[in-house]
Design a protein around this ligand. Structure first.
Ligand code: WT7
Length: 566
């Protein structure tokens, strides 16, 4: 068999047109992710192939062929159009990882609307902020999450339809409607809305330092990048059984948990169950998983459980392992080499990039602790933070920056042109992270360049937490910062000053924590609250989180003079 082309070869001759050709896209013609990921594969004779094998924590199981996915996404698309939802309107997916989430995503795209996936773990306040910003028309959810939607629906005048995938019509109130995907009459033929390359497809909310979360707007043409990176970086091949353990509330779960694998026509398996080492290994053994895309926090949790439990399972089917979301420590790569016989390949990217941009490419020697090199077709650099020119010496830290123009780059932040413009400097897109590049061209991640907290691979914005803290009893002012954590890398810590008449106490700390957990999410909940008399501020009164963060990490604060003048 001929050896696959090397990284150098692919980089030298690279053109995204490879993906256009393989997907059968004619420039200027229609392109629809929903159709590309289902109908197209049926036309190519894969209708009978398994697209999705789903299992939940109780062991319930469902299987769907590509033809099932095609017909059921048609069924959903027809139902949504029937409600009068127009192309371009936002439809939120707010569900656990049930089949309706994955197939519904394609259905929304088929009828030309914009899919807005949100974590089902979100509390009502996190949900409200994102639905209000996007002016979302409809939400597809489950009975168990309905109480959160009911709490906020009166504050969301645009929200016309609350669709329940598992409820009896009799139990529903006004604007609520039941839709049972598999019981509904199956729609064999549905004419997809003729979206083109730049038609909006997905709106993913992500956190920044300032303001509430921003909606990264993607387009149908993004599939070009997602298809090719899945094939080349995750090394997906037709016979693979692929498992991505990310939730589609996170961009990994859509780009590489729906679009990438299905565009490649592979069988993907989904386990709707939180972290559980035994359950995960059993699942991989039973399903004969060949390619596994995971995250450092999960790997650290597995490391804690030890190697013995790995040996109790037959994981010989595993061929390729990859990781995303946070720095993948060298120790985790070495551990995986030892227990699985192969290393985890780090991949670096963001909600905004839509696809993997820096990675340990298959076949390229892995340097444990390094993120690898830019994907062919991506130009990446480390920029001097003052001049925004690439740093001229290897090993010197700079801002990770990409030359704009790859297919799955975000096209804007929803309603936020200023925030979007701020991401570009001197002809580069700034990721908001720092790295150095070694003489071989490998990138070494150094940290974020802002106040965003990365907990277990999930970004949480300090502003969103601080806003929610203001709604808690007694809180006068607050600053949310990262604090180091052995498993999650970082967790949230809140510094809080209290209003007159309130005294610090364990009860108050617990009350505040619970309040944030319920209204935002378990991830956003501060693991510690420190009550203080005052917070470090600039002369104009802005809180300087960096001082507190440095304290948590035992790092020198450095020169604050310009910040303090602010
Ligand atoms: C931020 C993006 C795209 C899915 C990930 C979550 C951090 C991501 C790595 C990595 C070190 C990483 C960065 C980045 N990050 N991958 N391999 N090594 N840090 O997407 O929620 O938009 O987060 O996650 O800080 O900017 P996201």
């Amino acid at each position: 068999m001929r050896a696959p082309p090397s990284y150098e070869e692919l980089t030298r001759n690279f053109d995204w047109k490879v993906a256009e050709r393989e997907l059968g896209y004619q420039p200027g013609g229609p392109i629809n992710i929903g159709w590309m990921c289902s109908d197209r594969l049926c036309h190519r004779g894969l209708g009978g192939k398994l697209a999705l094998v789903w299992e939940d924590y109780q062991g319930n199981e469902k299987q769907f062929t590509y033809d099932d996915v095609r017909v059921l996404s048609n069924t959903i698309a027809r139902f949504l159009s029937g409600l009068g939802i127009a192309p371009g309107q936002r439809i939120c997916l707010f569900m656990d990882r049930v089949p309706e989430l994955f197939i519904g995503f394609l259905g929304i795209l088929k009828m030309g609307a914009v899919a807005q996936p949100l974590f089902s773990a979100f509390g009502e306040e996190s949900l409200r902020v994102r639905l209000a910003d996007a002016g979302t028309s409809a939400i597809i959810t489950q009975k168990k999450h309905l109480y959160k939607v009911r709490k906020i629906r009166e504050q969301l005048p645009d929200l016309q339809h609350i669709i329940l995938v598992d409820a009896e019509p009799a139990s529903l109130q006004e604007r609520e409607i039941a839709f049972a995907m598999e019981k509904n009459p199956r729609i064999e033929h549905f004419s997809c809305y003729p979206t083109t390359a730049e038609s909006p497809s997905v709106l993913h909310y992500t956190s920044g330092t300032t303001g509430q979360p921003k909606g990264a707007q993607h387009v149908h043409y993004s599939i070009i990048s997602q298809y090719l990176t899945s094939k080349w970086v995750l090394d997906l091949r037709p016979e693979d059984i692929y498992w991505c353990n990310a939730d589609p509330g996170w961009v990994t779960g859509t780009s590489y948990g729906i679009i990438g694998p299905w565009a490649n026509g592979v069988t993907q398996v989904v386990l709707d169950c939180g972290f559980n080492a035994t359950r995960w290994y059993e699942f991989m053994e039973k399903r004969r998983v060949t390619v596994w895309y995971s995250a450092p926090t999960a790997i650290r949790l597995l490391m804690k459980e030890g190697a013995e439990i790995v040996r109790q399972h037959d994981l010989s089917s595993l061929r390729y392992l990859a990781s995303v979301g946070e720095p993948l420590n060298a120790a985790a790569v070495l551990w995986s080499q030892e227990v699985f016989g192969k290393p985890f390949h780090d991949t670096f990217w963001q909600t905004e990039t839509g696809c993997i941009v820096i990675t340990n490419f298959p076949g390229m020697p892995v340097k444990p602790g390094s993120m690898g090199k830019p994907f062919p077709g991506i130009t990446a650099a480390a920029l001097d933070p003052k001049t925004f020119e690439p740093v001229d010496r290897p090993g010197v830290a700079g801002l990770i920056a990409l030359r704009p123009g790859w297919p799955s780059q975000l096209r804007g932040y929803w309603n936020n042109q200023i925030g979007f413009n701020a991401k570009f400097k001197n002809g580069w897109y700034l990721c908001g992270d720092r790295a150095s590049i070694d003489p071989d061209g490998y990138f070494w991640f150094m940290g974020r360049d802002d106040d965003v907290i990365n907990t277990g691979g999930h970004l949480v914005g300090p502003f969103e937490i601080e806003s929610a803290l203001l709604g808690c009893p007694g809180v006068a002012e607050s600053a949310a910062v990262a604090k180091p954590d052995p498993v999650n890398m970082e967790v949230v810590k809140a510094y809080v000053t209290l209003k007159r008449g309130f005294q610090p106490s364990d009860d108050l700390e617990l009350e505040i924590m619970n309040n944030i957990r319920k209204r935002l999410s378990p991830l956003a909940m501060p693991q510690e609250i420190e009550f203080v008399d005052s917070l470090p501020k600039t002369r104009s009164g802005k809180i300087v989180r960096r001082v507190l963060r440095c304290k948590e990490f035992n790092e020198p604060v450095g020169d604050l003079s310009t910040i303090m003048e602010d």
